[in-house]
Design a protein around this ligand. Structure first.
Ligand code: GCV
Length: 853
């Protein structure tokens, strides 16, 4: 019997969930809850098939049905749910003696018991049990409780249906200014969240629509709460502090005005009538153009407390964001430092917040860079509740087109010891409320928030591997000591199957992916050197400098890095003394955060005994190569995972391999120019096998300067404005043999330019620039966001072979002035987004090698 036949037979026998079989196409919507039939189910052979649920609440029923569905699908036996039964059974029940949100799994004489302190906890137990089965782990007696009370997902969805920093299509919650009629996906999302223990979801952007709290909107939000409810996920909302004025018609929103307090109280009472289990509010104020208490000379605590007092009688909380900073800093002021803002703005309020206010702090003091120091606010607030905000949406880390397993970064953050009070106080201890407990010794209200930004694309987050981040977030929020290897192993088995090659390959790829991405983007604590003024995706190095946003790295002739010591901005002193001393000293700081804290010369010697600049060159070559290697590593799994998800992932890895080169070259060339120090290995600026488009024989193409210069090879590209197309020709100098021919081009958001590659007049490949890469913000010209590559593999060449690229631009007039995406806070201006078939260069390298050229 072939494997295929065996799979089909099992599928037929189970008569259900056939679509989860690896031989059959999948769209990724099931995420890690595929419940694929197990090829080896011996471990569970004695599991009784009757499920008796003692809890008929919607959540209890959801738990029982989930168990039935999962076990039937995975084990190919028909599991049934009933209200009573004897003999061998699986019992689902609640046990009021268990601590809050706790579940217990135990084998009894009569079968298996999954008990929870509440229906939601029972559900967590069911998901955990199913996870054990899906990943072929033995069933053991165990009791599990979450580390913190707050485990939320925040979505930055706008009511017009767009998602700020969302990379997987339109909102699943909103369209055309309203909550969607069909909330099926929202319910499915809640199931996914519940499966990893997430208990709250804030569905609207922290840049909140000013009408969020209108009567009509609240009635609509109640429908969202309803689809969340069976999964134990509570609804939360972002609110704008001007609501008393904008929605309530008051003449002020001053938090200390009694009218304002009364308005909030009555609004909150109205919410709880509609949504009795409402979780609370998230507030972004005095930040990036949002109004806030500073308008009336009030403090964050004044604003947070007025909401908190209204919510308290109902059990709701306020998550007040620590992301308060001035985005009009003075670049010429060497003491100015955005990183200081959290501590400067909040510490003076410490001890004055109501008990249901939680300060929601981004993991770093800037903004979700590939690596930055851990925010000192975590240890500076000793009498306040805190939660850590992590970003599953890969805003600065490749936007779900690059694979980056973020739990590696999060774990590094959570394990960082902030030495509060001179003791061991890792971030995970602080954000679980244990470092600075309440007066009675109980842990503070605390927790974890993921900015997730799922979208309407079938697989939620666009890159199939990005789902590992949401899964990993849930696992770390439940227990920050969960080993990364356990997260990658279990997620991979559930998402892709238990085949040892699949598990080994994917876990190893995920495991190194953060380091790889950091290695070709933002080295040595410089931040992510992306275009910070636009889409935060491709390289745009100097966009961070000379403006008020404060994401500076101060790259000068003499050296590079922000001096945050007491000689500079003084930021290092915001940490507890032991850590401050470490960060004051470049050698002690460590190479990974060197430029975050220090301004050093380019030939500064690192711990790896290389100079800073040479280490940057080497790291970029090594990391871009590591990213390219994902392609053959993934290709080896071709017959071991379903065809659709295989192909989708392969395409993304191919993209990443090409874009990693764009990053590598941009950063290396920029460093070589600013430092004046050449790469000791002679690679930078001397790419073997590369022929610049502008140096080729051109018919119709026009040479353009690319801005910023480092985002195109040689700083130039060519554009075609001829409707019938343009031609670029070059002669191969290589010895006879087989080669890969790569074309680096730019694929703009709008338009579909078409390309044909020919050798000696014979067509060898065609491709179309039909991707939706983020557009340059103010300039429709090609840049680092849109740079991408096509590779034709294994092409026979001989010395003197004529290589021709024929390119036809997309001149469709209807593409003029089409906005690429309605980002809520974007300053995009409508421009001409026609696509003029831009080409940067052609690279010829040996076939069979994935070595990037
Ligand atoms: C929702 C960054 C992002 C913004 C985001 C902001 C925030 O600046 O680029 O899109 O706004 O953080 O976290 O509030």
């Amino acid at each position: 019997m072939t494997k295929q036949f065996v799979r089909k037979t099992i599928c037929f026998a189970a008569l259900t969930f056939c679509s989860s079989l690896s031989a059959i196409a999948e769209d990724g919507a099931a995420a890690w809850l595929r419940y694929a039939p197990l090829t080896d189910s011996k471990l569970y052979a004695t599991l009784p098939t009757r499920i008796v649920s003692m809890d008929n609440s919607p959540t209890g029923s959801a738990a029982a049905e989930e168990l039935r569905r999962g076990l039937t699908s995975m084990l190919g036996r028909n599991f049934v749910v009933s209200n009573a039964g004897t003999g061998a059974i699986i019992v689902l029940s609640s046990n009021a003696l268990l601590p809050r949100e706790t579940y217990r799994i135990r084998r009894g004489m009569d079968g298996l018991h999954i008990e929870g302190s509440s229906a939601a906890a029972e559900l967590y137990g069911v998901f955990h049990f199913l996870e054990r089965v899906a990943s072929q782990k033995p069933i053991v007696n165990e009791t599990q409780s979450p580390a913190a009370q707050i485990r939320w997902s925040d979505e930055w969805d706008n009511m017009d249906g767009t998602v700020e920093r969302g990379y997987a299509g339109p909102s699943i919650f909103f369209e055309n200014g309203h909550v969607k009629q069909d909330l099926t996906r929202a319910g499915e999302y809640a199931r996914l969240l519940a499966s990893v223990g997430i208990n709250g979801c804030n569905v609207n952007n922290v840049n909140a629509n000013l009408q969020t709290l209108s009567e009509q909107n609240l009635r609509d939000f109640a429908r969202v709460a309803e689809v969340f409810r069976p999964w134990g996920v509570k609804l939360a909302l972002s609110v704008d502090l001007t609501s008393p004025q904008v929605v309530g018609g008051l003449d002020t929103f001053d938090p200390l005005d009694p009218k304002v307090a009364a308005w909030w109280q009555s609004k909150v009472d109205e919410i709880y009538k509609l949504i009795p289990d409402f979780a609370g509010f998230t507030v972004k104020a005095d930040s990036e153009g949002r109004k806030g208490p500073s308008q009336y000379g009030r403090m964050p605590a004044d604003a947070a407390n007025v909401l908190a007092r209204a919510l308290k009688p109902h059990g709701g909380v306020v998550l007040y964001r620590g992301f308060v900073y001035n985005n009009h800093l003075d670049w010429n002021d060497k003491k100015a430092d955005r990183a200081r803002a959290g501590v400067d703005n909040f510490v003076k309020n410490d001890g004055t917040f109501e008990s249901n206010v939680v300060i929601q702090i981004k993991e770093g003091p800037i903004d979700f860079q590939a690596r930055e120091a851990v925010s000192p606010l975590f240890s500076a607030l000793k009498k306040s509740n805190v939660a850590i905000e992590l970003q599953t949406a890969q805003e600065y880390t490749g936007q779900q087109r690059h694979m980056v397993f973020l739990p590696s970064m999060w774990k590094w953050v959570l394990d960082t010891d902030l030495r509060a009070n001179g003791k061991t106080t890792p971030v995970k201890q602080i954000v679980t409320g244990h470092t600075f407990p309440n007066a009675d010794g109980s842990p503070r209200l605390s927790g974890f928030v993921s900015v997730t930004n799922v979208g309407s694309e079938a697989n939620w987050l666009h890159h199939p591997m990005a789902l590992a981040n949401l899964y990993g977030f849930g696992k770390l929020a439940w227990n920050p000591d969960t080993p990364l290897s356990q997260i990658t192993d279990t997620w991979t088995r559930m998402t892709w199957g238990n085949d040892p090659l699949v598990v080994g390959t994917i876990t190893s790829m995920l495991g190194k992916s953060w380091g790889v991405y950091e290695g070709y983007t933002g080295p040595n604590g410089m931040g992510t050197l992306t275009n910070i003024l636009g889409y935060h995706f491709g390289p745009g190095i100097e966009s961070a400098e000379r403006n008020g946003w404060g994401q500076w790295f101060r790259g000068e002739k003499d050296g590079i890095g922000m001096d945050r010591t007491s000689h500079g901005t003084g930021y290092a002193q915001q940490y507890a003394p032991e850590l401050a001393a470490k960060y004051e000293n470049p050698a002690a700081t460590g190479d990974d955060l060197l430029l975050f804290f220090h301004h050093v010369p380019y030939d500064y010697k690192l711990h790896n005994s290389k100079t800073l600049v040479q280490s940057i060159y080497d790291t970029h070559y090594a990391s871009a190569l590591a990213a390219a290697e994902y392609v053959p590593q993934w290709s080896a799994l071709k017959d071991k995972v379903d065809a659709d998800r295989y192909a989708q992932t392969l395409k993304l890895f191919q993209f990443q391999a090409g874009h990693a080169l764009v990053w590598r070259d941009a950063i290396n060339n920029w460093f070589q120019r600013i430092s004046g120090i050449a790469d000791a290995l002679g690679r930078v600026g001397h790419d073997k096998g590369r022929v610049e488009a502008e140096a080729s024989q051109l018919t119709g193409f026009e040479i353009i300067d690319v801005n910023p210069w480092e985002t195109a090879s040689g700083g130039k590209a060519v554009n075609c404005h001829v409707a019938t197309g343009c031609t670029l020709t070059m002669t191969a100098q290589q010895a006879a043999g087989h080669y890969n021919i790569a074309v680096n081009y730019h694929d703009m958001w709008n338009g579909v330019s078409k390309y044909e590659l020919l050798v000696d007049g014979k067509s060898i490949a065609t491709f179309a620039a039909d991707d939706k890469l983020p557009p340059a913000q103010f300039d429709p010209n090609p840049d680092g966001q849109t740079a991408t590559r096509f590779t034709a593999y294994n092409v026979a060449l001989h010395p003197g072979a004529v290589i021709t690229l024929h390119a036809v631009p997309d001149m469709r007039p209807e593409l003029q002035n089409v906005m690429p995406s309605a980002e809520a806070n974007s300053q995009l201006r409508a421009r001409d987004y026609r696509e003029f078939a831009p080409v940067d260069y052609i690279a010829i390298g040996p076939a069979g090698l994935i070595t990037p050229q």
